[in-house]
Design a protein. Structure first.
Length: 468
């Protein structure tokens, strides 16, 4: 086992009646942390009740930990979401609302989640896409970063393949790989090396692994495609944009023309590839967990497995992310904590920015400063916690024009700016697919106004003037 202990500390305390010598107990061992982030991962998992997708390793991990059934990203696209949950702040607070912005430009002295662990005695390492691409090696955050996982997958892999848009959108390509190395193969092999190294390091570790799949291009080893015969694939029933506001899909007009042109065969091929990519991710999670066990580190390690936001797989007629509806905002979160119960559902609404203060608390670190998230550890201790103790509320945005908030019952969305805002309110108790907008019904007028003001406050947020 890997433990880090402080040397025994002797304290001498004078009392009126004499001098007593007390031997202080050693500090409790700090748990290691393995953070696994799967790019674009939605809830098509066995542990989330999906009837087709096979994810035995993720399901096993979920059975040994907490399954957060309603965990929401603060941005529905990779860069801002990661900048948000890895800093514990909202996208506008770190100046990152698209994939081009860098949080250090607006907040050069901000302390990130891994940095907080590093400053409190942890060895920190990152492999793969954890922060977004051009911020992968954030020097204050990491002791070690391996940048070699990024290479030309199109040229490095071979197998049956098709761009279902005929070249218009090359990223919408699937490949059943029979030869070559994928990005995530490299990532997991490097993670295994890092885990082996931890046996020789006296510090506890914070190791972050960023898997690219199921993100496009939709490449996975052929064996995972073979698990899902094309003739068995069924498209979702909620696969139309009829009655939905055009503004809800942001600025993707050109993409939508091409995506709309994909025929039923192509749509099934993409969905099959998505299933294959998720089962591929599952196998990689299994490899990393197995390596922890071989190294005798599993019992001493907090494991976090999560996506960075959700994804539409033809629901609402859309293939992709970047909406602020439920499917693009919500993503699975699994947390395995040494010494705590497993096989438990957390059903309250939480935000991804809650992860930072929660991990700090679980590891016994000082509370992080100036984060917007709150620790969800009380929910782990009381799975039946009610509204009086936990007010579930989550915000999600895409760039600066699409916003939504999610309560335990409602989702409220706004699309556009100024006088051009289009809004919708959905009651999840009766409309989990978010098809029936009730915002114009008089009995909800006060609630709509309240939610609008809350989103206005989100729009006004900006980074701190002192750069922290």
């Amino acid at each position: 086992m890997k433990f880090t202990r402080m040397s025994p500390l002797f304290r001498f305390i004078p009392f009126v009646c004499g001098l007593f010598v007390l031997l202080a107990q050693p500090a409790a061992a700090k748990p290691n942390v393995l953070l696994i982030v799967a790019d674009d991962l939605n809830e098509l998992l066995g542990a989330w009740g999906h009837p087709v997708v096979q994810t035995p390793h993720i399901d096993q991990l979920a059975s040994e930990g907490y399954r957060f059934r309603r965990a929401y990203a603060q941005a529905a696209v990779c860069g801002p979401s990661r900048a948000s949950f890895l800093t514990g702040r909202r996208p506008h607070e770190v100046g990152v609302i698209d994939n081009k912005a860098r949080f250090r430009d607006a907040c050069p002295d901000l302390v990130t989640l891994p940095q907080h662990f590093r400053e409190n005695g942890y060895y920190t390492a990152t492999v793969g896409k954890v922060f977004h691409h051009d911020q992968i090696f954030d020097e204050p955050s990491w002791d070690t970063c391996d940048p070699n996982w990024r290479f030309d997958e199109f040229g490095a892999t071979f197998g049956a393949s098709r761009d279902v848009t005929g070249g218009a959108l090359p990223w919408i390509t699937w490949r059943a790989v029979e030869e070559g190395t994928l990005w995530d193969d490299w990532v997991v092999n490097t993670v295994k090396v890092e885990i082996k190294k931890q046996q020789e390091i006296e510090q506890p570790f914070f190791l972050a692994a960023g898997l690219m799949r199921p993100h496009d291009p939709f490449f996975a080893p052929k064996e995972f495609f073979d698990m899902y015969p094309l003739e068995s694939i069924r498209l979702p029933e909620n696969a139309t944009r009829d009655g939905l506001p055009e503004a809800a899909f942001g600025s993707f007009d050109d993409w939508m023309v091409e995506i709309d042109g994909i025929d039923e065969q192509g749509r099934k091929e993409l969905l099959r590839a998505w299933y294959a990519c998720i089962s591929y991710v599952d196998s990689l999670v299994g490899e990393m967990v197995a390596e922890l066990k071989v190294a005798n580190l599993y019992e001493d390690t907090i494991i976090v497995f999560m996506g960075d936001h959700g994804y539409h797989n033809w629901e609402k007629g859309w293939w992709g992310k970047a909406t602020v509806w439920e499917l693009s905002s919500r993503s699975p979160l699994i947390l395995k904590v040494p010494g705590r119960r497993g096989d438990a559902d957390v059903n309250r609404v939480i935000e991804f920015i809650d992860l930072y203060p929660s991990l700090a608390e679980l590891a016994g670190l000082p509370d992080p400063e100036r984060v917007s998230g709150r620790s969800f550890v009380p929910l782990l201790e009381d799975l039946q916690m009610g509204d009086a103790q936990w007010q579930g509320l989550a915000y999600t945005q895409f760039k600066d024009g699409l916003y939504s908030l999610r309560t335990e019952r409602f989702r409220y969305c706004e699309w556009g700016k100024g006088d051009e805002i289009v809004s919708a309110l959905y009651d999840h108790e009766v409309d989990p697919a978010e098809r029936n907008d009730i915002s114009a019904q008089p009995e909800y007028a006060e609630l709509v106004e309240q939610f609008h003001e809350q989103l206005e406050a989100q729009r006004r947020m900006r980074p701190a003037a002192d750069g922290r």
